[in-house]
Design a protein around this ligand. Structure first.
Ligand SMILES: [Zn+2]
Length: 145
């Protein structure tokens, strides 16, 4: 690693330590059990305010992608916008916002309990900097697993 990239990494790590006291806030949430405005699929919507974490996409968080993948290796299977295995990992490496990461974690946690859900969508809320609507599919009923 060059001296320049060492310096950048150290600056990012130091700034990251300062931002870790920042918290995301759930502003609103909804459960859509049947067809709804966004999809025919049952989904949960979380309106999430990233706060200062808006300035910290995944590629700026030292070690974030590696730690996340070690905790949830099934994320390697998520195609995301690439529609092929490894797509979400690619998005993590190029830098994606933590609302999008929350969407994939929600899907993966459901996968781990046997649900077959893959649909998700995260979009910024117009006019509200750092605020996202995070939507992810859910099984209609737990006994559908
Ligand atoms: Zn995605």
């Amino acid at each position: 690693m060059s001296q320049l990239s060492d310096q950048k990494h150290n600056i990012d790590a130091q700034a990251f330590c300062e931002v870790t006291t920042s918290q995301m806030h759930v502003i609103d949430r909804g459960v859509y059990r049947g067809p709804h405005l966004y999809s025919l699929t049952p989904m949960i919507r979380i309106k999430l305010d990233l706060g200062t974490l808006e300035e910290w996409p995944s590629n700026r968080l030292p070690g974030f992608t590696e730690r996340l993948l070690s905790l949830l290796p099934g994320l390697h299977e998520h195609g995301c916008s690439f529609h092929e295995r490894g797509g979400f990992v690619h998005r993590l490496e190029e830098g994606t916002w933590l609302g999008h990461v929350a969407e994939h974690i929600a899907l993966e946690l459901q996968t781990l309990i046997g649900a077959r859900v893959t649909r998700g969508k995260t979009r910024s809320v117009k006019g509200e900097a750092g605020v996202y609507n995070v939507m992810f599919a859910i099984v209609k009923r737990m006994w559908d697993l």
